[in-house]
Design a binder for this molecule. Structure first.
Ligand code: AMP
Length: 397
């Protein structure tokens, strides 16, 4: 079956068409600046040339219409007719406590997703717009919602509750939800598969280090803790997000600089993380590594602080699971930055971790990067959220 995977943002839309029998991507692309002047669609059939076309996209329905047109184009398309698309899988960011699994979309599900909007006001409304636009254009095609939060719903109460009064949980559902769930689930399962071990027998820590970064503890196939919280701002130091801070810093800076809450949140989400720590050098680890390798203080300080936070979280998840068998690195930084993996693993001597430096410099494959005598196995597993969404979609239709 051919599955269209859609990841819809407020002004962008990423898509992939995946053949679920071969699990190969047949075509992928991106619509940008939807509803803004200068919108464009990028389309790339597998093995073919990438084509960028500037064309008006006043709304998401038009963007999806263009995607379908590109997929069925007589010359560069990959399907003869849209009937070949058996189902659509939509990434949805927040499923609150309502969704611990992916679901087949109907009117009731859409209403329940809408009720989660205040938990993810930037993301969920955009996801819903994408779903509604798709339903309009493909009314007879089954659609599935795959939630970023669902995999983490198995966390025990002690892991998801915060310290403020319990009434905030009761009244507003303020608690840890966690994100990147599709990636944490895919990578932890894949690690077991590659090692030829039973998923249900393993304690796995997944470090998803991309522009957004989070880490999770997966014990016997169930997530028991994760670093992102009510929102993706908590936890690790990220590209531009601060991660954990003392909440009193908010009041302190508000007084010092006369900032309001929106100004502070903008600073914590957009101007912090490795970008802020490096004094605006870059949020991209390629630039930070260059700076580190040149011996510049700001590059060194930023990478060391980033890696220390990751190592500290790994330690806390070893405690949460009473041990760890496998540590996996994934996402843009986790898959491509041997320096980061080496620095993080430098803290893990107490777990008997030793890295195979040659393997640590390989790229683009599922690979064990620890030595055969390392007491804990360390791996790089390239994440594939689209494939995971396609698998979930097939499972449900
Ligand atoms: P993601 O959010 O998973 O797409 O990751 C994006 C981030 O991965 C970029 O902002 C870079 O910081 C990082 N990245 C991508 N390629 C490389 C590379 N070759 N070396 C180091 N970092 C990389």
């Amino acid at each position: 079956m051919k599955i269209l995977v859609i990841n819809c943002g407020s002004s962008s839309l990423k898509f992939q068409l995946i053949d679920s029998d071969t699990e190969k991507c047949l075509a992928k692309g991106l619509c940008e600046r939807i509803g803004i002047e200068g919108s464009m669609i990028t389309y790339a059939p597998e093995g073919g040339e990438k084509k960028k076309t500037e064309t008006p996209m006043p709304d998401h329905t038009e963007a999806i219409r263009l995607v379908l047109e590109a997929l069925a184009d007589p010359e560069t398309g990959v399907v003869k007719s849209l009937d070949e698309i058996g189902a659509v899988g939509h990434r949805v960011v927040h499923g609150g406590e309502k969704f611990a699994e992916s679901v087949l979309i109907d009117d009731e599900v859409l209403k329940a997703v809408e009720e989660c909007n205040d938990l993810a006001p930037l993301h969920n409304p955009a996801n819903l717009i994408g779903i509604n636009a798709c339903r309009r254009l493909m009314p007879d095609t089954p659609m599935v919602a795959v939630f970023d939060t669902a995999f983490h719903q198995t966390m025990p109460q002690e892991a998801y509750l915060y310290g403020p009064p319990y009434e905030y949980y009761k009244n507003y559902k303020i608690r840890r939800y966690g994100f990147h769930g599709t990636s944490h689930s895919y990578v932890s399962k894949r690690a077991a598969e590659v090692l030829g071990k039973r998923y249900e027998d393993l304690k796995v820590i997944v470090c998803h280090l991309g522009n957004g970064a989070s880490i999770s503890a997966v014990k016997n196939g169930r997530c028991v803790d994760t670093s992102m919280g009510l929102t993706p701002l908590e936890g690790l130091i990220m590209g531009t997000r601060s991660g954990d801070i003392d909440p009193a810093i908010i009041e302190f800076i508000a007084h010092k600089e006369g900032k309001d809450i929106d100004g502070i949140m903008e600073m914590l989400n957009k101007k912090s993380g490795v970008l802020g720590l490096s004094e605006n050098l870059s949020s991209d680890f390629r630039d930070l590594e260059d700076s580190y390798n040149k011996g510049e203080e700001r590059g060194i300080r930023t990478i060391q602080t980033f890696c220390y936070r990751v190592a500290k979280y790994i330690g806390s998840y070893v405690a949460a699971m009473n041990g760890v068998d496998v540590i996996c690195f994934t996402a843009g930084v986790g898959e491509n930055a041997p320096l980061v993996r080496n620095t993080v693993c430098g803290y893990l001597g107490y777990l008997g971790v030793t890295l195979d430096q040659e393997a640590n410099h390989k790229r683009g494959e599922d690979i064990v990067i620890s030595t055969p005598d390392s007491k804990t196995t360390v791996m790089v597993i390239p994440t594939n959220e689209e494939l995971a969404i396609a698998r979930e979609t097939v499972r449900l239709v």
